[in-house]
Ligand binder design. Structure first.
Ligand code: SF4
Length: 666
């Protein structure tokens, strides 16, 4: 039995859930409202306002006085900082109990507890029941923790682990922290850019090996009460919450999710909020997912619908336990969403077991083949502490070559956070992975970002050149010369090479660590920190458009593509289509073409030679038309042209949009 001395005068609970973004501290809310169902806990403790801002350690520590319990919800982005805070707090208040939970707490916890002796207890997995039982135990003068399921600790040097923990039953009987008023102060403090986290169901029936979610929730799907959900939507709308992130990992898996979407739409119609909803849809896309997507899209609330992939290679998907619908189904789904005008996005992970350079490059081009052009996101594989792929046998089997890398640039008084990234595997050596990272960024800039999307589509559709040949040829061709057109690509290639060599370069802030790149981007928005690599390429090309397209032509000619009449006309259509800083939304832009490219690309009609005048009339860009275009305004141009740094979506950016174009034929 672990033994703590109780000082009944000090029953303050502090909660750490530090985050760079202003998310509602939802984990705090759920854990607290559930614990306070026990009146002894409700009466026995005072919960202090949760600490959510990443500030210098000294400052956060100074806000914690006489804690009876210090709780910390740990993720990859806050763990080290929270560890330092806890260590300092324990030094000042040795009788306070330090309890860590969250996904970053390792299941295999003995070394962790011995390395961090100021952490008294770890909570593993779902925390509500374990925390309630623990807080109740702490009210006694001799708390007995051995009987509490789902925790680990050292008791007189002996390691005790009581996992697995207990999960909430299927109706998730947790009172709503929104309706209980726990977030009132947070929501009414006048600070901007808050994001509402919100759960309607919990659990995941899948077990993808790179993820700790399915394992963490042990797969049982459970649902929050429908009445509570309705009232929470009203609360969020009345508190003018612009963005809601649904934390469910499979929204749309239940038929009732369409009713929830209807309630969200009704709330927007009545109150004007929420404006947007970000959803991780059910992996087996179904009728409910489509209906929810359509409803939210029709009401300008959808961030996009995931056509879930991670890899396009079936061998890889089988190896990581990922369910796959089959390419034909994806093609049909994409066609259905495209016809309905609903934006989709696809996420790929670079570095998965058995993926090769060829399968990765070909996989992206297969997505284009089946009509997915809008938004492909490439993420580097990171090993999470409790994901099956992190186990020693899995690392060995797949030859995972990993390094710990700082996430962000170091800041005074703050503790760097590290992520374990995969830099090579048995099937994809380091240099191949660096190439694939570059290729993925180039694709996001040029194809998703529009600069060569229509050119590539025409060459592919007319049988003159496939996507893989087009993009690998273009990248190789540009990198082979030292032309002005090649410079953005060479710079990103050099950055990636440096990143693969330099253990100090931060992953998220790679570009911020490069003075020349930062100076260029500061010219657009000196306050912005989130610059994915492709955004640099995109903006750099926007300043050298003529040179870039001349470079593209040269590469195509060098590959024996004849610059015939349609192709010359398309080159100029493609260039004119792109948004520019000089575009004036007050007058729009009128361009001419000798072929009807507009109907060919946007209405699927056969290409027709016809003198064509197009008038582009965009005034706003982005989801829910939220970003105004203002001629010559560089900061606004960035948001309108490439979107926000987080959360990002590539929908309705980059080029003049179909629905704001007027076309006349002569
Ligand atoms: S990646 Fe998604 S589907 Fe797979 S286990 Fe994690 S949450 Fe579930």
């Amino acid at each position: 039995m672990i033994s703590f001395r109780l000082n009944s005068d000090r029953r303050a609970i502090y909660f750490l859930c530090l985050n760079a973004l202003r998310f509602v501290p939802y984990a705090y809310g759920l854990l607290r409202t559930h614990a306070e169902l026990d009146p002894m806990i409700g009466d026995g403790y005072t919960w202090k306002e949760p600490l959510i801002d990443i500030e210098p350690v000294d400052l956060t520590v100074s806000k914690i006085t006489d804690p009876t319990v210090l709780l910390a919800s740990c993720y990859v982005w806050n763990h080290n900082q929270q560890i330092q805070i806890a260590r300092r707090v324990k030094e000042s208040y040795p009788e306070g109990r330090v309890v860590f939970g969250g996904p970053h707490v390792p299941n295999d916890s003995e070394p962790y507890l011995r390395e961090n002796p100021f952490v008294d207890v770890l909570v593993h997995g779902e925390g509500e029941i374990a925390l309630r039982d623990m807080l109740a135990a702490f009210l006694s003068s001799e708390p007995a923790l051995d009987g509490i399921a789902g925790i680990s600790f050292l008791s007189n040097g002996r390691y005790v682990n009581t996992t697995p923990g207990r999960q909430l039953p299927k109706d998730l009987p947790v009172p709503s922290p929104y309706l209980n008023g726990l977030f009132d102060a947070f929501l009414e403090d006048g600070r901007p850019n808050k994001i509402g986290l919100w759960e309607t169901n919990r659990g995941c029936p899948y077990e993808c090996t790179f993820c700790d979610w399915g394992v963490r929730t042990m797969n049982k799907l459970r649902r929050h009460d429908g009445d509570k959900i309705r009232q929470e939507i009203d609360y969020l709308a009345q508190h003018r919450m612009e963005d809601i992130y649904v934390t469910d990992c499979n929204f749309g898996i239940f038929e009732r999710d369409l009713d929830i979407a209807r309630m969200l739409v009704e709330a927007k119609q009545r109150y004007g909020y929420p404006k947007r909803v970000r959803i991780q849809f059910a992996k087996k896309s179904n009728e409910t997912v489509f209906a929810v997507s359509k409803l939210l899209h029709d009401n300008d609330m959808l961030w996009g619908t995931t056509l879930s992939m991670q890899s396009v290679d079936t061998t890889v998907l089988k190896e990581i336990n990922r369910k796959f619908l089959g390419l034909r189904n994806y093609r049909d789904l994409e066609a259905r969403y495209t016809t309905a005008g609903i934006p989709t996005y696809t996420e790929l992970i670079l570095g998965l077991p058995l993926e090769t350079r060829q399968s990765f490059v070909q996989g992206i081009c297969t997505l284009f083949d089946i009509g997915i052009h809008e938004d492909i996101r490439v993420f580097e594989l990171a090993l999470l502490p409790n994901a099956p792929l992190s186990r020693p046998d899995q690392r060995e089997t797949y030859g995972l070559e990993t390094e710990m890398r700082p996430l962000r640039l170091a800041e005074n008084g703050k503790v760097p956070e590290y992520v374990e990234l995969v830099f090579g595997t048995r099937s994809m050596p380091r240099e191949d992975m660096a190439y694939c990272l570059l290729f993925g960024e180039v694709i996001q800039a040029l194809h998703n970002g529009g600069y060569t999307r229509f050119l590539a589509r025409y060459l592919h559709d007319s049988g003159r050149m496939g996507y893989a040949d087009f993009y690998t040829g273009l990248l190789d061709g540009l990198l082979a010369g030292d032309t002005a057109a090649a410079r953005p690509f060479r710079r990103i290639q050099r950055l990636i090479d440096d990143f693969y060599r330099d253990p100090e370069m931060p992953q998220i802030h790679r570009i911020l660590s490069q003075p020349d790149m930062l100076a260029f981007l500061d010219g657009y928005n000196p306050k912005r920190k989130g610059w994915p690599l492709w955004t640099y390429i995109w903006l750099a090309i926007s300043e050298i458009r003529d040179t870039f397209y001349a470079g593209v032509s040269d590469v195509l000619v060098s590959q024996n593509i004849k610059m015939d009449e349609p192709l010359r006309d398309l080159m100029s259509y493609q260039q004119d289509l792109m948004l520019t800083l000089e575009y004036d939304p007050a007058v729009g832009k009128t361009v001419r073409a000798d072929f009807n490219w507009y109907d060919y690309f946007f209405h699927g009609r056969p290409l027709e030679k016809a003198s064509c005048t197009l008038h582009y009339g965009d005034k706003t860009m982005g989801i829910s038309h939220r970003f105004e275009l203002v001629k010559g305004d560089r900061t606004r141009f960035v948001r309108a042209a490439i979107g926000m740094s987080y959360p990002y979506s590539k929908f309705r950016h980059f080029f003049h949009q179909r629905d704001t174009t007027t076309r006349s034929l002569h």
